[in-house]
Design a protein around this ligand. Structure first.
Ligand code: NAI
Ligand code: ISE
Length: 352
């Protein structure tokens, strides 16, 4: 079966996903697109695909079986709710939504629909290096995870468009999600420290040091630097009771010349996570073709939104901001057998 997909939002990541869905992956075709800038959608779609005037018209079209949302965060809620109402599987880029109330509305609608339809674009979970790191932690030979050090560096961000809240409500959501996933834990509190401001962009509050307090007592520190100049640099290291497990450096050609020995650093996320995005969509296509979703869920989108909100409050208060989640609905519990297949054996202490 070939899955017929409509794309909402044909900006930077929307076009990159259209490229992978048309040129890289199989079992899928782009049949429709829409963007508030109609010309942009027309330029982005393959021949034969229809450009719709509104997201609602695209979602309700009989020719569209599943939807990819790549519009701006504040537009996601309405588009997600329309997809759920239409009973169509939907891949939604992060942030899933931009408020706790909106996240709860999405969860409520999905539960009422009776099955998972929403997959959120936390692509790190599909990255082979992160998956190997999780398998080591789950394997238990290093003992319990105590600390996770996450580094999230962007070379630069668009002046005027990327605001001082965005390191916390746009960029941090990836680290929040991967911390919960790697440590199989929930975030219960957030602190933010503001070091000396970088002179790279005087308009922006940058960098941030974020502390995520996990339910188990583990602590995650996240460096978010969005004007680091030298490239897109993502790092992660988990300190456990009996050892440390870290993401490897990315393989890259080693260049030796008059400036020394060096390796290129990715420019941005499209390059660093290219295989992760491909895998994310490979798994989404299979799930959507079966009428459902897989991987990061509306529950995970909700958790990330709560973390972003708490981080923004922590900047204002200067203290620890607690997070309280609703009880996890059964729809979002991963069946144990599936979890074991996906992530390796559940965590056990070494020697136990
Ligand atoms: N998973 C990841 O690593 C990444 C995720 N993203 C997320 O993807 C989304 C899009 O980001 P970019 O492509 O960088 O932004 P962009 O600004 O390049 O593209 C967004 C597009 O959506 C359109 N749009 C906005 N609201 C709309 C609406 N209500 N209806 C129809 N079209 C609408 C805009 O006209 C624009 O063409 C954001 O939520 C962003 O956070 C972006 C980059 C990487
Ligand atoms: O999602 C993304 C961007 O929207 C965001 O602005 C960047 O900071 C992230 O690294 C990237 O993965």
């Amino acid at each position: 079966m070939t899955l017929s997909v409509g794309v909402i939002g044909t900006g930077m990541i929307g076009r990159d996903h259209i490229r992978r869905l048309t040129q890289v992956l199989s079992g899928v075709k782009i049949v429709a697109a829409t963007d508030i800038d109609r010309g942009r959608a027309e330029a982005a779609v393959p021949d034969g695909a229809e450009v719709f005037d509104t997201p609602r018209a695209l979602i309700q079209s009989d020719k569209v079986q599943a939807i990819v949302i790549c519009s701006w965060g504040p537009a996601h809620e309405e588009q997600l709710l329309a997809c759920i109402a239409a009973g169509k599987p939907v891949f939604c880029e992060k942030p899933m939504v931009t408020s706790e109330a909106a996240a709860l509305r999405v969860i409520e609608a999905e539960i009422a629909s009776g099955r998972r339809l929403v997959q959120v674009g936390f692509m790190r979970r599909f990255d082979a290096d992160y998956r190997r790191l999780k398998a080591v932690i789950n394997g238990g030979t290093l003992g319990a995870p105590l600390m996770y050090h996450s580094v999230h560096r962007n070379a630069s961000v668009p002046a005027g468009l990327y605001t001082s809240e965005m390191p916390l409500n746009d960029t941090l959501v990836h680290d929040a999600d991967i911390s919960r996933w790697l440590l199989s834990d929930e975030i219960t509190g957030v602190e933010v420290r503001l070091p000396r401001r970088s002179r790279q962009n005087e308009e922006l509050r940058d960098p941030h040091l974020v502390l995520l307090h996990m339910g188990s007592g583990a602590i995650v520190d996240v460096e978010i630097s969005v004007n680091i100049a030298y490239g897109y640099d993502i790092r992660g290291e988990v300190s456990c009771e009996l050892g440390v497990a870290a993401l490897p450096n990315r393989p890259a050609t080693v260049i030796s010349d008059a400036h020394g020995i060096r390796q290129a650093i990715p420019e941005d996320w499209r390059e660093r996570f290219i295989e992760a995005y491909d895998q994310e969509f490979r798994e989404w296509i299979a799930a959507a073709a079966a009428g459902t979703a897989t991987g990061p869920s509306a529950w995970d989108g909700y958790a990330a939104t709560l973390t972003a909100d708490a981080a923004l409050r922590a900047v204002a208060s200067g203290g620890l901001e607690r997070i309280s989640m609703i009880e996890k609905p059964r729809l979002y519990e991963i069946p144990a057998v599936l979890a074991a297949e996906q992530f390796g054996a559940p965590f056990t202490r070494a020697g136990s």
